[in-house]
Ligand binder design. Structure first.
Ligand code: HEC
Length: 176
């Protein structure tokens, strides 16, 4: 009866010795807590008023908040398009995926008034798995322009210039 007790005690002592010798780990976790306690200071660039005396200060640029709220779950938080893990399912149904807005997509090929129209009125395409409804209930024209400005950051310089040119052509022919 005594042997298991002795083995158990020895094991316990052995574990205690191991734990107390593990000073490397202790040092690492000290470092980690130092890192955690480091304060990041970022200058607010935009402040949103919520009415009365409530104000949120944020580093987000105009368009970013609305993009993240209304668009990112379909078009991706970095404009990368439909969530990669769902693409196969959409394709297996013979339908179109949500296009990216970044440099890999084709948003930059379209004139600004057309992009605004798509955002406010939606795109009714039966081939799409996730149909894009219009956002005029939540966004106005300036909001849409701000979102397009936010999307522009993902394009190359050439794509930005091309998009300006097709916008000029479109406005010359159709007006604003
Ligand atoms: C329910 C998913 C969904 C949401 C939410 C959504 N979109 Fe889309 N969007 C699509 C799909 C699908 C298309 C492709 C339409 C087509 O080409 O037939 C599309 C196309 C577009 C286009 C046309 C140009 C291009 O790149 O194909 C723009 C611009 C666009 N979306 C912007 C937005 C913005 C801005 C928001 C948020 C305000 C938004 N979308 C929210 C699904 C969505």
């Amino acid at each position: 009866m005594k042997t298991p007790f002795i083995i158990g005690s020895l094991l316990l002592i052995f574990i205690l010795i191991l734990v107390s010798c593990d000073s490397d780990n202790v040092a690492v976790s000290d470092d980690a807590s130092e890192v955690r306690n480091t304060q990041l200071t970022v200058e607010p660039t935009l402040s949103l008023s919520l009415g009365d005396d409530q104000t949120i200060e944020t580093t987000a640029q105009p368009g970013e908040l609305n993009y993240n709220l209304y668009c990112a779950h379909c078009h991706g938080y970095d404009g990368e398009g439909q969530l990669a893990t769902t693409v196969e399912n959409t394709r297996s149904l013979g339908m179109k995926t949500v296009p990216p807005h970044n440099a890999d997509g084709h948003t930059w090929e379209h004139a600004t008034p057309l992009l605004v129209d798509a955002i406010l009125n939606g795109i009714d395409n039966p081939l799409n798995h996730y149909v894009m409804s219009g956002f005029s209930h939540a966004l106005n024209e300036q909001d849409a322009l701000d979102i397009i400005d936010y999307i522009r950051q993902w394009w190359t310089e050439d794509q930005r210039e091309y998009q300006q040119e097709v916008t000029r052509n479109y406005v010359d022919v159709n007006g604003d």
